[in-house]
Design a protein around this ligand. Sequence first.
Ligand code: PLZ
Length: 454
Amino acid sequence: MTATAGGPSLPQERRVVTAIPGPKSQELQARRNAAVAAGVGSVLPVFTTRAGGGIVEDADGNALIDFGSGIAVTSVGNSAEAVVRRASAQLADFTHSCFMVTPYEGYVEVCEELARLTPGDHAKKSALFNSGAEAVENAVKIARSYTGRQAVVVFDHGYHGRTNLTMALTSKNMPYKHSFGPFAPEVYRVPVAYPYRWLTGPENCAEEAAAQAIDMISKQVGAENVAAIVIEPLLGEGGFIEPAKGFLPRIARFAQDNGIVFVADEIQSGFCRTGQWFACEDEGVVPDLITTAKGIAGGLPLSAVTGRAEIMDAAHSGGLGGTYGGNPVACAAALGAIETMREQDLCAKARRIEEIMKPRLTALQEKHAHDGPVRIGDVRGRGAMLAIELVKPGGKEPDPAATAALAKACHSEGLLVLTTGTYGNVMRFLPPLVIGEDLLNEGLDILEGALSSL
Ligand code: PLZ
């Protein structure tokens, strides 16, 4: 540890002093390879020592610009002041009692905040868990219990986790499901309105995709057998796909008309990420249940299911829980993160990030539209959840190799970027919402240079 701490006081400057990864990270990587299971991967094997604002510092003293936020988690920044203050105080008071043994106020406060912040003014209740996957599993348990039905409908390009049920809900085989079956039954996948790749073009994408999805549900499953429809209002791991406008409200209405619980998985898109508290607000969709995690607690593990009180209360007493669900330190961190989002108006910050980034990404798309070996086929997303989709010249064939090469080129210049997408050809941008505008623009300069260098 050096004199300056991480968090907001970490110098907000990019610094590349060694190869990336540098010698210390390489040494650690060798130890890691000997001790950590090969199935656990890393995007960029530089070992983190401190982080804060828009910077991640590594063991070799490199300071990287952070366009990933640990996969949309540190929206309030790493070690944000209010998160550290509240979580530290809680650490000193007690670390665990188990809410199922003796409860504590922090858990209740987080549930009260969730009732206030999530869409809709109906009576709401919440239950807290540890990971996103656990929240999604519990949303399905609750919906099944409430409806007395079994089937769950999910969408092409959807991602909901890596546990057995959520692997079944997740659409992409590699790397999430391959060799890990058999998967949970009663899961049905239907089309999503992906404007860029809709065969008849983007114009009628919303109506056509909704009609196909509803037809498949009605004909193949039977609406009366469906407990829940689970969808990400802005699909994350599938490639930052914004369903064509009109699609989500149509599906939500179908759910409502047929007594199906409509679940919005906002684990990646929630908590100011898209410029609103929740992405489903964009089209005024009010979900019956909403799953949250990631950004909720500034880096500590916490997740939640929030929704209509009568649905949330359907599961029998003692039917929901887990040893660590709603851990007091994680709850304190969440209250600190929510305080930060409110006080610093991080929804507005996310919109400002879009204002800066999107025109520059669109200009890059124009520059790389025709000539050269790489083409940006699509620029999309909202707020600080933005992406470019890379395709081969002359069409829309996905170009995962160029995407990987672009990420590598950015990494070597000290810009931490992540790729995503069913076809591995989407570069996504998820900067912390507190990142400075200088760093944001510097990151975009690096991206621009890296694209030209391919
Ligand atoms: N639902 C919408 O984005 C997690 C996955 C990273 P957990 N996304 C990042 C990886 O490769 O494992 C996610 C999500 C949506 C559910 C989840 C699952 O959340 O906290 O990773 O379980």
